[in-house]
Design a protein around this ligand. Structure first.
Ligand SMILES: Nc1nc2c(ncn2[C@@H]2O[C@H](COP(=O)(O)OP(=O)(O)OP(=O)(O)O)[C@@H](O)[C@H]2O)c(=O)[nH]1
Ligand SMILES: [Mg+2]
Length: 298
């Protein structure tokens, strides 16, 4: 169930900027200049050079084979090519019992995403529990508790400064005792170059493997779409530490550079599981490549 309006509204900024430029490229005939200009527009939308090179090369071959001279006739093919990159890594399907560990650098929207996820699963009739394993900031557990309360789900927390792994341990016990479908773990934001903090994540990962092997573990990295190409080093560092299973791309509503979704899909074999299209509880949407591309084209 994809909410088309959420996609359209959330990606409005990307569309306005992307489409304005694209429109001026899709005039006239298919020639080298057209392909060069197209490349520039795609790169400016934050699509990586390697993604853009492939997309444009496929378009070039297609135009040649079909003898297409009018650029207008390549628009549909461009959409298809972008969709195909975005679909390359498949979709993330949850199996239950599920544990979702949410990681990422500071302020990208982890806790907010979890708040929305709680609602997403609870509305689907799933039994949910959240673990406040961000014990770094005193206010972090309170922030999460507010979201838990909104959807009437249980929260497992501990006092600030305690070991996040012990919160994870307690949450597992609770999830098992109550036959919970989904356990969601909030972690503290951390710079990806801080070794001891990454070790802490590994420890949580080990506790999950050891204490809850029957659960299906999904480690999701939250990436702020505004971040741009720096997203790549974040994915690499967190993947090294915990072996990621998917990406949540947040704050798409705040950027004109939604093309980062294409970069992430191209450079890594991680599916984009959800997109954050606003601050509201319903603004987290399952990722759908076609909806995404439709929303950024006119
Ligand atoms: N516009 C918009 N804002 C978002 C979205 N997701 C999160 N935010 C905002 O981003 C800000 C930071 O969100 P948090 O959820 O606290 O981020 P965090 O990653 O948990 O932060 P730390 O725990 O400090 O690392 C908040 O003001 C959120 O409302 C989104 O999809 N769109
Ligand atoms: Mg947080």
């Amino acid at each position: 169930m994809f909410n088309r309006k959420k996609y359209k509204d959330g990606l409005e900024k990307t569309k306005v900027s992307f489409w304005a430029k694209l429109k001026s490229v899709f005039t006239g005939t298919v020639d080298d200049e057209f392909f060069e200009e197209l490349e520039m527009v795609l790169v400016q939308a934050d699509m990586s050079i390697s993604a853009v090179t492939d997309i444009v090369e496929n378009l070039r071959v297609y135009a040649l084979n079909k003898g297409i001279k009018d650029t207008e006739l390549l628009k549909g093919k461009l959409k298809e090519e972008i969709v195909s990159v975005l679909e390359e890594n498949g979709v993330l399907e949850f199996k239950y019992p599920a544990v979702i560990m949410v990681v990422g650098v500071n302020g990208v929207g982890k806790t907010t995403t979890i708040g929305k996820l709680i609602n997403y699963f609870a509305k689907d009739g799933k039994e949910v529990v959240v673990a406040a394993a961000d014990t770094f900031r005193a206010a972090a557990a309170d922030q999460l508790a507010l979201w838990a309360k909104r959807s009437s789900v249980r929260i497992i927390k501990s006092e600030a400064g305690s070991d996040p792994s012990s919160v994870v341990f307690d949450a597992i016990s609770s999830a098992k005792a109550k036959h919970t479908d989904v356990l969601i773990i909030d972690t503290a934001g951390r710079l990806h170059n801080k070794t001891h903090l990454m070790e802490e994540l590994k420890k949580m990962n080990r506790v999950l493997d050891r204490e809850y092997p029957e659960a299906n573990l999904y480690r999701l990295i939250v990436i702020d779409a505004v971040t741009g190409q720096n997203a790549l080093s974040q994915v690499e560092a967190f993947d090294d530490a915990v072996e990621l299973d998917g990406v949540v791309l947040t704050k798409l509503d705040g950027t004109a550079k939604g093309g980062i979704a294409v970069t992430l899909s191209k450079e890594y074999s991680l599916p984009i599981a959800f997109v954050g299209l606003g601050e509201g509880i319903d603004d987290l949407q399952e990722f759908d490549a076609k909806e995404f591309v439709d929303a950024i084209f006119d």
